[in-house]
Design a protein. Structure first.
Length: 403
């Protein structure tokens, strides 16, 4: 064996050792790389926890602005005025001065006094109303997203009328509608439904004291929302712990009476004790007072009066527009404090042109914008109705921004 061959034999173990060393180094490097990557990932988590704790240590306030108006009491003169040449109906011009106001709010409420019962049943006037769907279209277009359907006229067109109304409002998924349903299950789900705006959760329930003696068919009480203390208790308890605010619309009181009656007082106190934060009243067709009750726990608007109607009297053409703020305060400890604050009021008026004994050109306007040609002595009327509204709450702030 030559010396050259001996050297080659010695080199083979060295090469093998080098290869093995390279493999070992690569394996260790790969291990450390993956290990360090995992460690780096783990190091990010404490930073996120610190940031979360930081947010929890700050007080937070949330607010939702609520706008409220009264009854859409649609007499035949109003829907005839809304009728177009092609047979359709357009109520939007009647709300043209209110739309810029209502559309600014998080929640805008009105009472659909007369049922949207469908064209098949025939549109009709007092005493058993039926109003074109286009009326609802106009209010939705103007920004109204909360509507009470529980009124003394709920059953004016029977079960068919209610079912048509229910289907109409189901199409408007952005509107909280309460007071008419097509089944018990639907009613239960509606009452317990949680709405949310600006991180504020709220429930909305509507009741009426009566339906003008028109009974619901046996086993179908869900068609109308007749008030009873037992029903209200069960409804409110089903949702009270799920929301920050409970809002109830009440169809109550004495028609054309400026003074709150004993029954309204009794129901308001009962609802307040159940945990209702805001009560919105309708039915008298004239304005009534407002106030805080139960040590400020509940704000009550006893009657907003008519929003639009043709009842041929200044008292009935005059309505109340209200603004309140739903305020939710979340403290450092996570506890919340909710309150209805900053109530503000303004009067509204339905202007109308009388032509040969027939009313036309209906428009709803704010009182401060009225002229003498639209309402003679409107300043004195303003002071009269303002005093009625202030009766139980003289510190009420007057004036809304509409420009």
């Amino acid at each position: 064996m030559s010396s050259m061959e001996k050297k080659r034999i010695k080199k083979k173990p060295l090469i093998i050792i080098l290869v093995l060393l390279i493999l070992v180094v690569w394996a260790v490097g790969a291990y450390l790389l993956f290990k360090n990557t995992d460690l780096f990932t783990k190091k990010e988590k404490p930073k996120k926890v610190e940031e979360k704790i930081k947010v929890q240590k700050e007080d937070v306030d949330y607010e939702a602005k609520v706008f409220m108006v009264g009854d859409a009491l649609i007499h035949s003169s109003i829907y005839i005025d809304a009728r177009q040449n092609d047979g359709s109906y357009d109520f939007k011009p009647m709300l043209q001065y209110i739309k810029p106001i209502a559309s600014k709010y998080d929640i805008a409420y009105y009472n659909q006094e007369t049922i949207l019962g469908g064209a098949d049943l025939g549109y009709s006037n007092y005493p058993m109303f039926n109003t074109p769907d286009a009326c609802g279209d106009a209010f939705v277009d103007a920004g109204f997203n909360m509507v009470s359907l529980a009124t003394n006229h709920t059953m004016d067109k029977g079960e068919r009328g209610v079912l048509h109304s229910v289907e109409y409002w189901k199409k408007h998924t952005n509107v909280a509608a309460s007071g008419q349903w097509s089944s018990y299950d639907e009613r239960k789900a509606s009452v317990a439904k949680v709405y949310e705006v600006n991180h504020i959760k709220y429930a909305f329930i509507s009741y009426t004291i009566w339906t003008n003696g028109l009974e619901t068919p046996p086993g179908k009480d869900y068609l109308s929302s007749l008030y009873s203390p037992e029903k209200a208790k069960a409804d409110i308890e089903s949702v009270r712990d799920k929301v920050d605010f409970v809002i109830v619309a009440m169809h109550w009181g004495t028609e054309y009476a400026w003074n709150v009656d004993w029954k309204q007082d009794e129901i308001a106190k009962y609802l307040s004790n159940l945990g209702v934060d805001l009560i919105i009243g309708a039915h008298p067709h004239v304005v009534q007072t407002v106030e805080y009750i139960n040590d400020g726990k509940t704000f009550v608007v006893y009657s907003l009066g008519n929003f639009i109607s043709d009842q041929l009297d200044v008292d009935n053409y005059t309505g109340l527009a209200m603004e309140v703020t739903l305020k939710k305060h979340v403290g450092i400890d996570g506890k919340t404090a909710n309150s209805v604050v900053e109530p503000k009021a303004e009067l509204i008026y339905t202007t109308v042109t009388q032509r040969r004994g027939w009313s036309s050109d209906f428009r709803v306007k704010m009182y401060p914008t009225l002229t003498d040609s639209e309402l003679r002595n409107h300043n004195s009327h303003y002071e009269k109705y303002k005093a009625i509204v202030n009766k139980r709450y003289p510190n009420l702030t007057w004036g809304l921004t509409w420009e």
